[in-house]
Design a protein around this ligand. Structure first.
Ligand code: C2E
Ligand code: CA
Ligand code: CA
Length: 281
């Protein structure tokens, strides 16, 4: 028993050492990536399907490690969150989104009614300088606050709810709209939802993509849309890939649509062409 215990212990520490090392290496790689400007943002249109009009974009980060080689956010965002480096990356994302909006406005690619939504991680929400970081970027690029929106996940509700509400109130005062992302997958309490000063719910992609499977997912999507309407919130469906999903969602008067049906996330230079050509028929 002793013997195996000792072996077990050694195995454990070796494994831990490897893990700690891997984490530290990743943290370094992410910091270096930031310095080397290896991050870039892609932009996916959010479409009003009744007017056939782009009302905004979601900014989605990409990490370019080679000429045509990218690491997807699924592979590094959660690690960046664990290590706290997400705060620095997040600050870059906020500033870069503002810079891009200013460029598009100046070039007439978009007008001031179009917004870019930035994903915020819980770690960023816990950082008290977030509000001033956003304000500084808005000021730097002389943007009205309506040009930037924020997406947060349900996870913030199991965090310190009073703090969360305070921060959301500050966003509201600033004029920044906030959506709850991946709605329906986390631990939302409907009671908290009622207390949160938010503007929109994004129906998680998994429900949209299960629509063809039958009544159950249809019932869930129907319920989220009607909940949104009853709470006076905008409702957005994401991961919409085909016409069948689209027409179901339009029938239920889902306000906004995001997904491959209209467009994949686009490189910034492709946005201009998309705005000029794609939805005008
Ligand atoms: P998310 O915020 O839920 O973003 C939506 C994801 O769904 C994106 O993946 C997008 O490319 C993908 N998507 C959009 N439409 C479709 C569709 O029709 N079909 C399918 N199959 N997928 C679709 P992406 O860009 O790989 O991002 C994954 C996740 O990584 C995001 O999920 C978000 O949680 C995180 N993430 C991405 N960018 C950022 C960022 O700038 N900051 C933070 N904190 N997280 C980010
Ligand atoms: Ca999102
Ligand atoms: Ca989502």
């Amino acid at each position: 028993v002793k013997e195996s215990g000792r072996n077990g212990y050694r195995f454990f520490t070796e494994l831990m050492q490897k893990e700690v090392l891997a984490v530290l290496q990743m943290e370094n790689r992410l910091r270096v990536a930031l310095q080397l400007n290896q991050f870039l943002l892609y932009y996916q249109p959010k479409v009003d399907p009744f007017e056939n009009k782009v009302v905004g974009f979601e900014a989605l980060i990409r990490w370019r490690v080679g000429p045509d080689e990218f690491v997807s956010p699924g592979e590094f965002i959660s690690k960046a969150e664990e290590m706290g480096v997400i705060v620095s990356i997040g600050n870059w994302i906020i500033n870069e989104s503002c810079r891009q909006v200013r460029e598009w406005l100046d070039n007439g690619v978009i007008d001031e009614s179009v917004s870019v939504a930035v994903n915020l991680s819980i770690k960023q929400m816990q950082n008290s300088s977030l509000v001033s970081t956003i304000q500084k970027s808005l000021d730097l690029y002389k943007l009205p606050s309506a040009c930037i929106q924020l997406e947060i996940t349900e996870g913030i509700m199991i965090d310190d709810i009073d703090r969360t509400i305070k921060m959301l109130d500050q966003f509201k005062t600033m004029g920044l709209k906030v959506s709850i992302d991946d709605f329906g997958t986390g631990y939302s309490s409907l009671n908290y939802l009622r207390r949160l000063p938010i503007d929109a719910l994004k129906i998680d992609m998994s429900f949209v993509q299960a629509l063809h499977e039958g009544e159950q997912s249809k019932a869930i999507v129907r319920a989220i849309i009607s909940l949104s309407k009853n709470l006076g919130l905008t409702v957005i469906a994401e991961g919409v890939e085909d016409g069948e999903q689209l027409s179901f969602l339009k029938e239920l008067e889902c306000d906004l649509i995001q997904g491959y049906y209209f467009s994949k996330p686009l490189e910034s230079h492709s946005v201009e062409r998309f705005m000029k050509t794609s939805l005008s028929n």
